[in-house]
Write a protein that binds this ligand. Structure first.
Ligand code: SF4
Ligand code: SF4
Length: 152
């Protein structure tokens, strides 16, 4: 198997972010941006496994060919090893900046009107259910909740 530089986020992670963006990661790569995008706009409808992994592979292929993404340059999460070609998600972050009943005093989620105005809410549960029923996940997959309470 060939060794090349890639990142687990590019290979096997997904972030359902605010403003209806779907990303490979939510990591800020300080000099180059980070947070590369899988879908510019996702409203919860018409998700298919084929289309999702086709989009993941646009960037997975780049790394296999020895390239990178400009916003991933020099990121500490890049690692050179023998990456496999299987399609699965081992980490999913739900961070829609929706309402949150905790309302922690330091958190801008409940008060950021700009993000709320530019985020169309959708049924996250149906998306996760589709993913689960269509074998996106493995037994070790981590589900992370942040930036609001996505199940409200
Ligand atoms: S290399 Fe860094 S910025 Fe790029 S997807 Fe991985 S964690 Fe995110
Ligand atoms: S999103 Fe997290 S930090 Fe913000 S109010 Fe909810 S629990 Fe607190």
């Amino acid at each position: 198997m060939k060794r090349f530089k890639s990142c687990n986020c590019i290979e096997h992670e997904v972030v359902l972010d605010y403003k209806n963006v779907v990303r490979h990661c939510s990591n800020h790569n300080l000099n180059f941006g980070g947070r590369p995008i899988i879908y510019d706009y996702f409203d919860g409808n018409n998700l298919t496994k084929e289309e999702f992994f086709k989009r993941k592979w646009i960037h997975r292929k780049l790394f296999r060919e020895g390239h990178s993404l400009s916003n991933c340059e020099n990121c500490i999460h890049l690692s050179e090893k023998e990456w496999g070609d299987d399609n699965y998600i081992d980490f999913i972050l739900l961070t829609p900046w929706s309402e949150c009943n905790s309302k922690c005093i330091y958190c801008p989620v409940s008060t950021d009107e700009y993000i709320k105005k530019h985020t169309k809410k959708y049924d996250v549960y149906s998306v996760i259910k589709y993913m689960a029923e269509n074998d996106f996940f493995i037994p070790e997959t981590i589900f992370d909740f942040a930036g609001g309470e996505p199940t409200l």
